[in-house]
Design a protein around this ligand. Structure first.
Ligand code: K1U
Ligand code: ZN
Length: 168
């Protein structure tokens, strides 16, 4: 297993729309294992393949307190969303140190495949629903800051550039 480098916003590769997975092979299983290791190490509660520069529709998530309920979703699709919405102060491993409120459907039903290519459905609410929607946005080339005002997005870009300069 390996830790993978995470792309930082506004890297243009975060805008690439990920492709459907058609091969359920050892390479896909290895990528899922590396993504899980990278997510736990960060630490985070989710990670999309896009964030580690692999443009395939796969995400990992674990919102459990014990970090022992890993979910791997291949080709995830939201098939139902509640009308009821709920706000959550989101973060993103590609936008370090920035947290802001995003309003999303409170409950979702998702259809996905596992690493063997078998289809399953799951219903999610609370943090899992937020996390899965955030990760599917990554697979569609969207970063959560795009829900914020242009003014906030400009401030975030300036702050991240400053962070990069201080690191160098
Ligand atoms: O997609 C990502 O960059 C991962 C992101 C997922 C996420 C968090 C919060 C709301 C929506 C989606 C993160 O994991 S950011 C880090 C984080 O939230 C966290 C880290 C350690 C413990 C608990 C939370
Ligand atoms: Zn993110």
């Amino acid at each position: 297993m390996a830790l993978l480098p995470i792309l930082r916003y506004p890297d243009p590769r975060l805008k690439i729309v990920a492709k459907q997975v058609t091969r359920f092979d050892d390479a896909l299983a290895r990528l899922a294992a590396d993504m899980a290791e990278t997510m736990y190490d960060a630490p985070g509660i989710g990670l999309a393949a896009t964030q580690v520069d692999h443009h395939v529709r796969m995400l990992v998530a674990d919102v459990s307190e014990q970090h022992n309920e890993l979910k791997v979703l291949v080709n995830p699709e939201i098939i139902e969303s509640s009308v009821e919405t709920s706000p959550y102060e989101e973060g993103c491993l590609s936008v370090p140190g920035i947290y802001d409120e995003v309003v999303r459907p409170a409950v979702i039903r998702v259809r996905a495949q596992n690493l063997k290519g078998e289809s399953f459905e799951l219903q999610a609410d609370g943090l899992l629903a937020v996390c899965i929607q955030h990760e599917i946005d990554h697979l569609d080339g969207k970063v959560f800051v795009e829900y914020l005002s242009e003014l906030k997005q400009n401030r975030i870009r300036t702050k991240l550039k400053k962070q990069e300069r201080q690191k160098a």
